[in-house]
Design a protein around this ligand. Structure first.
Ligand code: CO
Length: 299
């Protein structure tokens, strides 16, 4: 990832943090499950099917990180998606995306790829490196029933397109989606109103951001550890944030240097029926997705 204070960095905002009435707390800590997907990519599935209701509108979070090429080199050859959005955030590494809607792009260090599968795409995600570290996240964000069959959409955001701000305590925040302390991210979505932040907190610093009370939210710590209220969240742990009435955001502090993502979204409260890479509202729609895929109707 590029240095945060490089001389090229002309657009870093400084932000004054909102003063919160009350912080959310950690309702539950979740340890991911080691698994493998695609053609044999090792990853940790942090948000699994069991948490889809609790963390509505989010369907899945995979964390990947390895400097052993055997863990990632096979990549994700052609596979379909329908009914939701995939958000891939690359901390380190290079991955090429190609899809049946004609989109192609190279995702690199610090970059984000946002794909709305809508009524259906077939795509591949293949590493463009033979060694070195590959680390990042893939988040699945549900689409409301009304737009599950919308046209596919896709955009790559290189690292330097992602807005960043620094607080008075030298906390660096990259705003991928939504807005935080007055800084807007590169993607906004109606209905689910996702917030997606990558937060770097120096040892001893405290960070706050507002969260709409309607939203379900979680943090995932990938370096160091943070404290939220009385609960410590260690590296490689997800902390589900309580939906405490009256709590208007989150305040966290780092005991040592810490890095984490904070993800929040407005629940859809619609039925979730998942069959692998298809996420719809009814079994009938899943059967339709399988038929359409087998009959070559995905673009
Ligand atoms: Co995919």
């Amino acid at each position: 990832m590029r240095p945060l204070h490089s001389t090229l960095e002309t657009a870093v905002n400084t932000a004054t943090q909102t003063t919160l009435q009350q912080s959310r707390t950690i309702e539950r800590l979740v340890e991911g499950v080691a698994t493998s997907d695609g053609a044999g990519v090792s990853l940790t599935r942090v948000l699994t099917g069991k948490l889809q209701q609790r963390l509505d509108p989010f369907l899945m979070l995979d964390a990947f990180g390895s400097d052993d090429p055997n863990d990632y080199i096979a990549g994700f050859p052609d596979h379909p998606h329908r009914g939701f959005e995939t958000v891939t955030y690359m901390l380190a590494g290079r991955m090429r995306h190609k899809d049946s809607a004609g989109h192609e792009g190279l995702l690199g260090d610090g970059g984000v790829q946002w794909m709305t599968a809508g009524r259906g795409v077939i795509h591949s995600e293949i590493p463009e490196q033979k060694d070195g570290a590959m680390e990042g996240f893939q988040l699945w964000l549900n689409l409301p029933a009304q737009t599950k069959m919308a046209e596919p959409w896709y955009r790559d955001f290189p690292s330097d397109a992602i807005p960043e701000y620094i607080t008075g305590e030298n906390v660096t925040v990259r705003v991928i989606a939504g807005s935080s302390n007055g800084v807007a991210g590169v993607v906004t979505r109606e209905t689910t109103e996702p917030l997606y932040l990558d937060i770097h907190v120096p040892a001893g610093a405290t960070f706050s951001t507002a969260l709409p009370q309607t939203h379900n939210a979680f943090i995932y710590v990938y370096r160091g550890a943070v404290r939220v209220g009385d609960t410590e969240v260690e590296s490689q742990r997800m902390g589900i944030l309580s939906n405490t009435p009256g709590a208007d955001g989150i305040t966290l502090s780092a005991t040592g240097d810490a890095r984490l993502i904070l993800v929040a979204g407005k629940p859809l409260h619609e039925p979730i029926v998942q069959y692998g890479p298809f996420v719809m509202n009814t079994q009938q729609e899943i059967h339709q997705a399988l038929d359409d895929y087998r009959n070559g109707h995905f673009a």
